[in-house]
Design a protein around this ligand. Structure first.
Ligand code: NAP
Length: 444
């Protein structure tokens, strides 16, 4: 049996691991358009959250299994078509994540100085698509959205070079941030303090920054007694923890540290202001009714130089793959896309949930695939990788295999250790292929 998994992030690797346990005879090929594996663990998880990244040790074991192959640097939809995959594999699983920034859909969003979180996170994490972004990040910065991605952005923009030194943020971003002078960061939510989706561990980190003080207007906070007791106990507790931290931030003074981080609630973006570049952000005050933001008709403006959106992502639509345009996900029924084709993770459900939630989702989809294989076993005749390798050779596509990645990994770790960092990522495909071909440390 031949199985293709598209995307080597957590979701794809959990599906692969689960299927390989039940079908040791199956050959599982894991494709990735990047030359490097691990998806958001490499390109999304904050570079100062090294503990979270330790999960790759588990993923390495999956990729080293005898019946699993990593096929990096192969883009489905460009190097290989979806139709070709279906004709050569018995099972195709799409785990391509969601990496396209959602749009606010407001006037001025196209101005210079507006960036999506995916672009900025990709830039500092060395994603090849965003390595050359060169964002304008000085002065006053508004971040729209109050999830953990917004907090990651604010924390990393506010950290000093010393605080970033033990992270694996790319050298180009550390240098750019060291030459940037940020004075104010606004993290803006369209709903209230108890509706924000960030979590207390991440909120707490904002209070421990060397150069940055988090500030909250106490009048925007509600009494913890107003948190609905109808909510599940864990959710009530999470909201109470957030509220307690926000109350402590309300006692901070603006003059305490050089960078001020303002948490602003009940404000919905109405327009980005400016002629060709951002000069401000107009917001409409909201009030929360039955958990929803309701417009009040009252507007105010923030004088800012940059606007970052951290409002979620859409998946990429690959030619031929059924796609739900409205939700920005692969059209599916609990993971089934069409006969022999499945999907898991953020491209199946939307951009929600941390790694354990995606693991649970992948295991559920793998169970579904195993059930389908039981009731309708493959009829045979597919050739899997053999045919695919021939097609890729014809198209002059260099496949980066797991042993190649091990060389890249060793080179990155060696370059990082030389400057006291966990790794210094190699961020362009030419340098990566140079390491693969020469087995030597490439220039970063
Ligand atoms: P998120 O938690 O869904 O937050 C998105 C934010 O954007 C919400 O505050 C949402 O407000 C707001 N928003 C959406 N559309 C908007 C609009 N049109 N105007 C104004 N605000 C808008 O998503 P995320 O921060 O991108 O995170 C994605 C997932 O990754 C989450 O599960 C998150 O926990 C996880 N993650 C975890 C970590 C960590 O554990 N350290 C780090 C990063 C990400 P409403 O709530 O009002 O819709």
């Amino acid at each position: 049996m031949h199985i293709a998994i598209i995307g080597s992030g957590p979701s794809g690797l959990y599906v692969a691991d689960s299927l390989s346990r039940k079908h040791a005879e199956a050959q599982i090929d894991i494709f990735d358009r990047l030359a490097t594996p691990y998806g958001l663990v490499r390109g999304g998880v904050a570079p100062d959250h090294q503990g979270t990244k330790n999960i790759v040790r588990q993923y390495e074991r999956t990729l080293k299994k005898a019946n699993i192959s990593f096929m990096g640097n192969v883009c489905i939809g460009k190097d290989l078509s979806y139709e070709e995959l279906k004709s050569h594999y018995d099972v195709v699983v799409l785990t391509i994540g969601a990496f396209i920034d959602r749009q606010l859909g407001i006037k001025g969003e196209e101005l210079a100085g507006v960036y999506g979180s995916g672009e900025i996170v990709g830039w500092y994490n060395g994603h090849p698509d965003y390595r050359d972004l060169a964002p304008q990040l000085g002065g006053k910065i508004a971040i729209v959205g109050q999830g953990n991605v917004a907090l990651d952005l604010a924390r990393l923009l506010a950290k000093t070079s010393e605080e970033l030194a033990s992270s694996d943020m790319c050298a180009h971003a550390i240098t750019a941030l060291a030459n940037t002078s940020v004075s104010d960061i606004y993290i803006i939510g369209r709903r209230g303090a108890t509706e924000a989706s960030f979590t207390s561990v991440e909120l707490d980190e904002l209070g421990k920054l060397a150069n940055c003080v988090p500030l909250v207007d106490a009048a925007q906070l509600v009494d913890s007694a107003t948190i609905s007791t109808d909510l599940p106990a864990a959710e009530q507790q999470a909201k109470q923890k957030n509220l307690a931290l926000l109350q402590s931030f309300a006692e901070n003074k603006a003059a305490d540290k050089p960078i001020r981080l303002h948490l602003v609630f009940c404000a919905s973006p109405d327009a980005v202001l400016g002629e060709s570049a951002v000069t401000g952000l107009r917001l409409e005050r909201t009030r929360v009714e039955a958990g929803r933001a309701v417009a009040t008709g009252e507007f105010f403006e923030l004088d800012v130089d940059t606007v970052l959106t951290a409002i979620g992502y859409r998946s990429e639509s690959i030619k031929g793959v059924p796609f739900d345009q409205q939700r920005g996900i692969i059209a599916n029924d609990t993971g089934r896309v069409e006969t022999g084709v499945y999907t898991a993770g953020w491209c199946k459900r939307g951009p929600q949930g941390v790694i354990p939630a995606n693991r649970a989702d992948s295991l559920a989809v793998a169970k579904l695939i195993l059930e389908d294989l039981e009731t309708s076993p493959p009829t045979g005749g597919k050739t899997g990788r053999k045919a695919i390798e021939a097609l890729l050779a014809e198209r002059a596509v260099t496949i980066v295999q797991f042993t190649d990645w091990e060389k890249i990994n060793a080179a990155e770790i060696a370059q990082g250790q030389a400057v006291g960092k966990p790794r210094e990522k190699i961020v362009d495909i030419a340098s990566i292929l140079n390491v693969v071909n020469q087995n030597s440390t490439a220039e970063v």
